[in-house]
Design a binder for this molecule. Sequence first.
Ligand code: G6P
Length: 614
Amino acid sequence: MCGIIGYTGKRNALPILLDGLKRLEYRGYDSAGISILNNNSLIRLRAVGQLSALEKRLNDELNKSMADGATGIAHTRWATHGSPTENNAHPHADCADKLHLVHNGIIENYQTLKSSLESAGHIFSSETDTEALAHLIEQEINNGQSLDEAVMTAVQQIKGTLGLAVVAANEPDKIVAARRSSPLLLGIGQGEYFIASDPSAIIPHTSQVIYLKDDEFAIITPAGYEIKSLSGQSVAPRTETIDWSISEITRGGYDTFMEKEIFEGPSAIANALRGRLLPDDGNVKLGGLDAAENKLRYIDKLVIVSCGTSYYAGLAGAMMIEEYAKLPVAVLHASEFRYRDIPLDKNTAVLAISQSGETADTLAAIHEAKKRGLLTLGIVNVVGSSIARETEAGVYNHAGPEISVASTKAFISQLTVLGLLTVYLGRTRTMPLAIGQRIVRELARLPDLTESILKQAHKICAIAERYNSFKNFLYIGRKYNYPTALEGALKLKEISYIHAEGYPGGELKHGPLALVTTDLPTVAIVLRDSIYEKMLSNIQEIRARQGPIIAIATENDARLSELADDIFYMPKTIEMLSPILAVIPLQLFAYEVAKLHGRDIDKPRNLAKSVTVE
Ligand code: G6P
């Protein structure tokens, strides 16, 4: 969702900005734009649709000033206020066209600001909330403030969220950036500096970054940078090194990032486990939880807040923790949590699960939990992200960057970390040594087991070819694999645009059976576990109504061959970890069907990777 890149240095800014925009494409966008500052001239080009449309305009309309400029800002926009038109695309300008800015986030009081700016004579040319900010800064400059001061004064008047980068014609080489609740970082090169909403935009140029905190400003020129607080005080720099490599953010021979990331499943699990297993003690070491060790011992309830795929990981994690750590867990969509009046006492901890660490609803839920004085925890993939920083303690996934909008390896990694957390919480409670040892042993086997499933990917291709013309799918599972069914259906919807619904097998007779005909295939997760017989009954209910059945089954299960039309066999593991294996064929199935339909798999329509607006 909306991406920002800015550059100032000695090189031509245009190719750096374009390359940065391409690296931000995965976040989801529907228009894009670039402004280049060269001496005192400010030139902007914007286009609706894919970046290729912007590149075409650049080719057609490029002039020397734009080509040679060494400072600029650029943006990919995902429409919120106002449809995806050229006028609504960023950068936005002031009345005099002397100031351009790009903005991520939402300005909640823009209507009030816009009315008063219009009364003062400002003319708006877009339907966006962002444009109010351009006129507000212009007004402060007209009142005699410098660009830096004007940005600060304007930001003080804004209610809402922002990641912001501003350039002005009368301040050559300078970019002023600001952050409030929308991620923004400063990249430090040799005599050149970058602003980006996401490290992937600048990774080819530098690994040295400073993540801006809320209400901090960065002022950059090729000569150096300064970070200031909202009150104008200088802030001491705190440089961090990003440990992502370029190979991690390129497709590396795969057709799509999604395919690459599915095949990175085994290494995502291995990375989540590395250095954390204590097999003899039947325990795990999670250093990120040390800060909350004592509090965690005494909590008597856990609330998991998350969105999308991370929410489904939470549903499965809740079952693990309840069964083995004997701790009651509620799982809530983060967007619901904050608006419900749930009575929670101080012995409740709130756990956010988020790949990006930037999902606005999840972050807001954490803010709400903190306001209520509750212990907040995170399972987060992106190091240094807002949720990682704002929670009191947590566990990083270390799954590496996930670029495809549809989450795959992060889901598997989240389930793995939830398995680790179950052992951690369980062993400080009543979990016997032998159970801890068993779970730890099974966790250690997961990379090999997932690898063996991926080796059979061709079998899923064949199944996908047989089913790709169906218009609707039902996914069923029970207990631990009910969330897997939900996630499988979500994957198919997201990337192939085929309608799919996930259901607990036991609920079939309360509605979905009415839909079952020869036209509705069911994907059923029927493993040799505690609810095997129940699942068999459920698929018999479907069979009796001639519904085609694709089963995900445990290897050597002969009974299923009479009931299912197609079967994918997977190795056995303990029930609580089985979703980690069972989801892989479902990810592959969605992927293959979407490929057969010719979809833009990594960037499905209307969706964004990192949803930074509520
Ligand atoms: C978006 C993405 C999903 C993701 C969800 C939650 O909808 O498209 O893939 O599961 O956000 O994101 P998070 O980064 O918080 O896990």
